[in-house]
Design a protein. Structure first.
Ligand SMILES: [Zn+2]
Ligand SMILES: [Zn+2]
Length: 443
């Protein structure tokens, strides 16, 4: 039963089908924006279930678990970081769209017509193609999008390695739709388009036969994530691959794909993963002579340099040998498991914060965000084996105890609170002793 004006519920069946864009217009058309479910927020259990399924399938097929904890944790951290601004405000992709719709719309397509629904599906996917292409061809946009490409693995966790910055440029590409498509229809497809792209980040599906002609598939998107020369600047599609076929950016998967950036960043620190390329642009901007050259550093391709074509020279892209070794953390297996446990605990608070954000005092919201950021930073430091890691982790565990003490963090099962306090007190003691030893032994 639909409650008019209130956010609508998502059934289990819908939750699963949304992940594959298998929804009908009749079950995903809403008159107002307020009624549109937050499909992305509700997708976390499906993300986790599909990641577990992927692990099981690869284990059955190959007799061992694929993927690496350090890389997957970094991807999930980026996913969490990229969602945090949504706790405070509507995304810029929606606010800009609503502004144009309210002030400049040319005509009003009916929100409940299947024609509007399918046209919006095409329109959002077309907008995504051009956004994605520009995100690879314009250096300042690449500064955001490169985060998604920085994993040297390719599995479902890679899909969640999202950028904090990307949204500040992507909104521009959807603005034309606001001249005639109601925001409630746009808000549905914006989410479906994003969620569809989750399942294609996998190596467990080889080919989907004739569907490969129309849809963006795991095979097409593997090429997009490759750093082999033949993969660079190819397959930008979101849901459909037809745009790449039309605009000449399509490439089929042939030789073995080596994943990641052409110049790997070799770190698991979440802030470096998000912002390192901005710093690179900043330094390149100042050392490049001439006004027009400086302008080109920002707006031409990431591979551009004075005297080179707009997108740089393909022969400058390091050739892959197939023997590349992905950057790995030197942390012990036990420390990696500790990081996973701490990440999982943080994720429980993250989920709870999102579902109760309207009821939480602003100060609690702010302190929880600080705690989440501190947790992600600390895990990154531990994975990178940074000398500061022991101090940061001691401090973080202390902060956890204080936030619980003052009621800013609440445990879902109150009877576990004593166990949590004991566990975190042991963590404080453990990391505190290690910090002291480190101080005593000097630099
Ligand atoms: Zn991309
Ligand atoms: Zn991707």
């Amino acid at each position: 039963m639909r409650k008019p004006g209130a956010q609508q519920e998502v059934s289990l069946s819908q939750g699963v089908r949304v992940m594959f864009y298998m929804m009908k217009p009749s079950e995903a058309s809403f008159q107002t924006l307020e009624e549109v479910p937050d499909y992305v927020e509700k997708a976390t259990p499906f993300f986790i279930s599909l990641m577990v399924l992927e692990l099981i399938i690869s284990w059955i097929r190959q007799g061992k678990l694929r993927g690496r904890l350090d890389d997957a944790l970094t991807s999930l951290s980026a996913g969490v970081l990229s969602q945090l601004p949504r706790l405070f405000s509507r995304s810029i992709e929606l606010t800009s769209y609503i502004y144009i719709w309210e002030n400049y719309r040319l005509f009003n397509m009916p929100w409940d017509s299947p024609w509007t629904w399918y046209l919006t599906f095409l329109g959002v996917d077309f907008g995504y193609y051009w956004f994605h292409r520009m995100a690879h061809e314009v250096n300042i946009m690449w500064a955001g999008h490169q985060t998604h490409h920085s994993s040297e693995d390719y599995n479902l966790s890679t899909a969640l390695r999202q950028s904090v910055l990307q949204i500040y440029t992507s909104w521009i590409f959807y603005c034309p739709l606001a001249l005639f498509i109601p925001p409630s229809v746009y808000a549905v497809h914006l989410q479906f388009n994003l969620l569809y792209q989750f399942w294609i980040h996998t190596e467990v599906i080889n080919s989907l036969g004739p569907l490969e002609l129309i849809l963006n598939t795991p095979s097409h998107h593997r090429v997009h994530h490759g750093r082999n020369r033949y993969c660079i600047d190819k397959n930008y599609g979101g849901t459909l691959i037809i745009w790449d076929r039309i605009f000449g950016t399509f490439e089929a998967e042939n030789e073995k794909v080596i994943y990641g950036l052409t110049h790997p960043i070799n770190t698991f620190e979440p802030f470096k993963v998000q912002f390192h390329h901005l710093l690179y642009i900043w330094t390149t901007f100042w050392i490049t002579p001439g006004f027009f050259n400086k302008f080109s550093v920002i707006f031409k391709g990431p591979g551009w340099g004075p005297g080179k074509p707009r997108l740089g020279l393909s022969e400058e892209i390091p050739e892959v040998t197939g023997k590349e070794v992905a950057f790995s953390s030197s942390a012990s297996p036990l420390l990696k498991i500790y990081a996973v446990v701490q990440f999982a605990l943080m994720l429980v608070f993250y989920e709870e914060t999102f579902s109760n954000k309207a009821a939480l005092p602003q100060v609690t919201l702010f302190l929880r965000i600080c705690f989440i950021i501190l947790t992600l930073t600390s895990i990154g430091f531990l994975m990178d084996q940074r000398p500061q890691a022991t101090f940061v982790e001691t401090f973080r565990c202390l902060i956890f105890l204080m936030l619980c003490e003052f009621g800013h963090l609440k445990l879902l099962i109150p009877s576990f609170s004593l166990a949590f306090e004991i566990f975190f007190s042991i963590c404080v003691a453990f990391w505190g002793v290690r910090s002291m030893k480190q101080l005593a032994s000097g630099p």
